[in-house]
Design a protein around this ligand. Sequence first.
Ligand SMILES: Cc1cc2nc3c(=O)[nH]c(=O)nc-3n(C[C@H](O)[C@H](O)[C@H](O)COP(=O)(O)OP(=O)(O)OC[C@H]3O[C@@H](n4cnc5c(N)ncnc54)[C@H](O)[C@@H]3O)c2cc1C
Length: 488
Amino acid sequence: MAKKIIIIGSGFGGLAAALRMRAKGYNVVLVEKHPDLGGRARVFKKDKFTYDGGPTVVTAPYLFDELFSLFNKKISDYVKIVPLDLWYRFVFNDGEKFDYNGDDKAMEEQVKKFSSKDYVGYKKLVNFTEKIFDKGFTDLSDRPFNNLVFMLKQVPALLKLKSYKSVYSLVSNYISNEKLRRVFSMHPLLVGGNPFSTTSIYTLILFLEKKWGIHYSMGGTGSIVNALEKLMKEEKIKIIKNAEVTEILTNNKIVKSVKINNSEVIDCDYVICNSDPPNVYKNLIKSKNNYNFLFKQKMKRMDYSMGLFVYYFGSRKKYDDVAHHTIYFGKSYEEHLNKIFEKKVLSQDISYYLHRPSATDPNMAPDGQDAFYVLVPVPNNLSRINWVNEGEKFKDLVLDKMDKSVLPGIKENVVSDFYLTPDYFEKDLATLHGSGFSIQPKFSQSAYFRFHNQSEIFENLYFVGAGTHPGAGMPGVLSSAKVLDRLF
Ligand SMILES: Cc1cc2nc3c(=O)[nH]c(=O)nc-3n(C[C@H](O)[C@H](O)[C@H](O)COP(=O)(O)OP(=O)(O)OC[C@H]3O[C@@H](n4cnc5c(N)ncnc54)[C@H](O)[C@@H]3O)c2cc1C
């Protein structure tokens, strides 16, 4: 009889792991605490508006294709994924704009608009990020970092690639214009890191975007979740919804079973957690006898990613000239990030990412209207901010900022809305301290130093998703499931 694997959680890491393990012939059962799948990629519907809860920028879509190919099926029979011409529009607080896309000529124009002397540096930066990409993504993103010797073997190459530098510092070596520095250094924020402290290995995202472009799945990212759910059902993966794993039962260094909703116990041969590793080790495993000193230190020393305030809103006015993806920079950059990551205080001078899916897909909003979400990085819950008191005030601030910048008149045109704060990430998604992206992508928390894909402590416990190697973001969590392919 096939051995049984229980997957805890249905984020993209969990969905990909379920399919990969099924393709290997295991009996796979996926349990999800919510009534719907997707985790951070869940979909919310309100008043005829459809909102992707989280990820919107689809990079490296081949990682989704692969999941269908495992069963000799084609993704195009399930969901339509289209490339975008304009990737992001960056808007500065003085109104200047930088349109970012994959066309070399257009990029030359955009860079030169800000600083013609930085164009040579920009080209050199892109070339260097290709080298980082070849090592950091192509070679290492789907390799298990379970032993220190393998990690140490990578060190010379990583040092040559200047991994000891931060993303901002590496970008600044090539580019002197402060606005361009922001444009090319902001990528760590997409995976929960501060550009001033994230290892420069993460500049590989710049090249990853260049290599495969930026895509959108028609119907929203949720349509990819639906496609994967359909495939899982076809391939006889058992899905149990409304099932929160409240305990992982262990015997010495072996996981025996999981307890669901504090009652039913399901036995298994392996557990793969898509639930955040710090949460699993802290809250789901009750017996900590096997945690050694080094592991306890690892748990203690981790720095968590920022929190997110996400405001979803429908507008009766259509903003035809607003791009699908807009990133707005407030006045300060380093100081603002310092407030979020280090001081953990709210700031009036916010920066934000605005998603307007109806720019590509009118079906996301009623006729003649627009669906949006705006994501504002904020401190995680180690800040002790009381979001019940602050939420409404912060929403007003965000609306006011958008009204004065990218969406004039929006205050009078919102017809439907709601927001999520770090409390949602902490309570509903079970992420320690309400971080948006699990632990930060610092060098000291990457690869071997991250939570291992095969548990450091339990022999038959595994992890996929943002808190394990390689890290957050859809390409990261899909790659973490590929790591398991090598381990099983
Ligand atoms: C607002 C936002 C925007 C983003 N934008 C982008 C983007 O544009 N592009 C991109 O690539 N990435 C983006 N990301 C990052 C990306 O969404 C995440 O890194 C990725 O989706 C996380 O997937 P995961 O596999 O780690 O699982 P998660 O999505 O974190 O899901 C974990 C699942 O486990 C379940 N779970 C937890 N504990 C239990 C338990 N005890 N029992 C049962 N179930 C449990 C949860 O309910 C959840 O469904 C964004 C993230 C956010 C929050």
